[in-house]
Design a protein around this ligand. Sequence first.
Ligand SMILES: CC(C)(COP(=O)(O)OP(=O)(O)OC[C@H]1O[C@@H](n2cnc3c(N)ncnc32)[C@H](O)[C@@H]1OP(=O)(O)O)[C@@H](O)C(=O)NCCC(=O)NCCS
Length: 189
Amino acid sequence: MTINNLPTLTTPRLTLRRFSEQDGQQIFDNYASDPMVARYVTWNAHTSPEQSRQLAKAFHDGSFGAYQWAIVLNQTGQLIGNISLVETDAEEKNGMFGYVLGQKWWNMGLATEALTETLRFLFEECGFETITGEYAILNPASGKVMEKCGLEFVRQDVKLVPAKNKQVDIIVRRITRDRWYQINRKELP
Ligand SMILES: CC(C)(COP(=O)(O)OP(=O)(O)OC[C@H]1O[C@@H](n2cnc3c(N)ncnc32)[C@H](O)[C@@H]1OP(=O)(O)O)[C@@H](O)C(=O)NCCC(=O)NCCS
């Protein structure tokens, strides 16, 4: 996959699309400048719209890899977060995802909706074999989303978060392609 052929994915309430270079202000206003949003992620809250503009450009360019979607609300067109593969192996069979939504849109099932569609795409259209997620133990909402999407407990670990200069207790969860097909009652191709 390259960023130039990343498809747009849709769900009842969301559109997951490639970032454009013009998305910086919405990234800043709707999620990245909020310290509560950045509390348990690997980056710090943005302190200037310019920082978010650079991020939009990097997402758009594919500097962080190809699988980087902006999460847009169908009803209003607002860009409210992002979901992405933060790592993949060279064969693009195993990936690790990350996601973030602005606080106004928490606890409405939107991350579950976005992750379900992303997993469907990665397993059914791209041929990934495993998708992994990691979350801070202090961030149980993220664990709940992963659990609802079928990711199973793998291990507890401690991870250094360089941007925050601290060690964080995390839980690793994972879903395999076989399990995805099993829980969605689909026949493996
Ligand atoms: C993690 C995040 C993406 C979840 O998004 P969301 O759209 O609110 O998630 P959903 O609404 O789909 O599901 C959240 C679930 O967590 C539950 N939850 C919320 N707060 C909780 C808490 N403190 N303890 C336990 N469960 C909690 C909700 O009740 C819901 O479960 P339910 O559907 O069974 O009721 C969002 O909180 C976020 O963007 N946080 C900031 C960035 C971040 O931490 N990203 C994850 C890094 S691993």
